[in-house]
Ligand binder design. Structure first.
Ligand code: SF4
Length: 262
């Protein structure tokens, strides 16, 4: 398989959170598939909010690509891409299949919306690292920033993450997009993060063009102080590695969103 023929895997990208990160997009090659319509999303507006899990890309096809990977250095195999990976019904199945073939740790970046579902918690537990989006401290702010499907409720997200933490032995990270809209609430989000007992706090900013402007580096480092006593990193703390991706065009398509915490 030549470099340009990869359809479902992309990168590796140089990620400030995951080093050399090979991306897997279980959702699609085309339109975004998401339960949120975040203000800062790089993929444009979510045309139809989705909450029903279904099969988008057959496991066999992803595994064929994994088997055909050229010799590239990978720190993490990361499920992310054009939407929320937990909407893919075969997420757990693909994680299991990759674990049989590769030694690298597996990360999943999720918007947290479906963590209230038992089957999603069981599938995410197969990963070595799960990064949950937590941009809000209330239903009201979730609606303002993430604009979720109507059945997604803030309390269920929080409850789901807490329940997951009780038994999860991997690394649990919280990814928080900092912006004007939640600047005043970061203190409360930090309190929630403490009660969740996250292993790492990832402070993100919408650095690619979006409907919202990023806060300054100075403001972000001031906000970071709220997370004292926890391991918190921001996108400004880490120097990125230079990495050559296996497919530049498709990588750029998904990478911009992963950078913005999508
Ligand atoms: S940023 Fe991520 S979670 Fe938010 S709408 Fe875009 S793809 Fe969905």
């Amino acid at each position: 398989m030549s470099r340009k023929h990869f359809k479902y895997i992309y990168g590796p990208v140089s990620s400030w959170r995951f080093g050399s990160s090979l991306g897997i997009d279980l959702l699609s090659q085309g339109e975004k598939v998401c339960s949120f319509d975040c203000l800062y999303c790089q993929l444009g507006k979510t045309k139809a909010l989705r909450t029903k899990r279904k099969l988008y890309v057959p496991t066999k096809k992803v595994i064929q690509e994994i088997k055909a990977l050229p010799g590239v250095q990978i720190d993490y195999i990361t499920f992310s891409g054009r939407g929320d990976p937990t909407l893919a019904k075969n997420l757990g199945e693909v994680i299991k299949a990759i674990k049989k073939l590769r030694k690298e740790p597996i990360a999943v970046l999720t918007n947290s919306s479906l963590i209230y579902k038992k089957e999603v918690r069981a599938e995410l537990a197969l990963a070595d690292l799960v990064a949950f989006k937590l941009d809000a401290d209330s239903e009201k702010l979730l609606e303002l920033i993430n604009r979720p499907a109507k059945e997604i409720k803030f309390n269920n997200i929080l409850k789901g993450i807490r329940q997951f933490r009780k038994t999860y032995r991997g690394k649990l990270a919280l990814q928080i997009m900092l912006m004007q809209e939640n600047k005043e609430t970061v203190k409360n989000i930090a309190k929630l993060a403490k009660t969740i007992q996250a292993d790492e706090i990832q402070l993100c900013a919408p650095v690619r063009p979006a409907q919202v402007l990023p806060l300054s580096r100075r403001t972000i480092s001031a906000l970071k102080r709220h997370f004292r006593g926890m391991k918190a990193i921001s996108l400004y703390d880490v120097k990125r590695k230079k990495i050559r991706p296996i497919n530049t065009k498709d990588t750029n398509l998904r990478r911009s969103n992963a950078l913005n915490g999508g």
